[in-house]
Write a protein that binds this ligand. Sequence first.
Ligand code: ZN
Length: 160
Amino acid sequence: MKVAEKMVVVIDYTLTDNNGEVIDTSEGAGPLAYLHGAGNIVEGLEEALTGKEAGEQVKVSIEPAKGYGERHEDMQQDVPKELFGGVENIEVGMQFQSETDQGPVLVTVVAITEELVTVDGNHPLAGVDLNFDVTIREIREANEEELAHGHVHGEGGHHH
Ligand code: ZN
């Protein structure tokens, strides 16, 4: 059985940046189960895993265009602090939902001065090369309910 659309794929993975820093890993958390072809994982990783078989190890470096996108500097902006009036103790790293013309965007506080708060609407991994080291543990066909929901149920997937 090969990795293809409508398959549930169970993987161990470690994601590092170009400096070798671990960004995310399944180690400790247990393997990830995802539905192939449903956009559960980044495009570049789906492409790299397509056609592979259980037991194979896949190492791939993915550029931002097929990962979390390029960084857009114009998505960073300064906002008057009083707009955060309801929030006590604003800190760098806090995230807020912001309403924009393109719909709600998750923004991260990246800097604070006396009067201004700088927020960044880029995905935290935008502009970052993603180096994946993946081992495929298991491949099975998705059931109808999983296909309808667009994600995997049970171990390593969604519980609901
Ligand atoms: Zn579901």
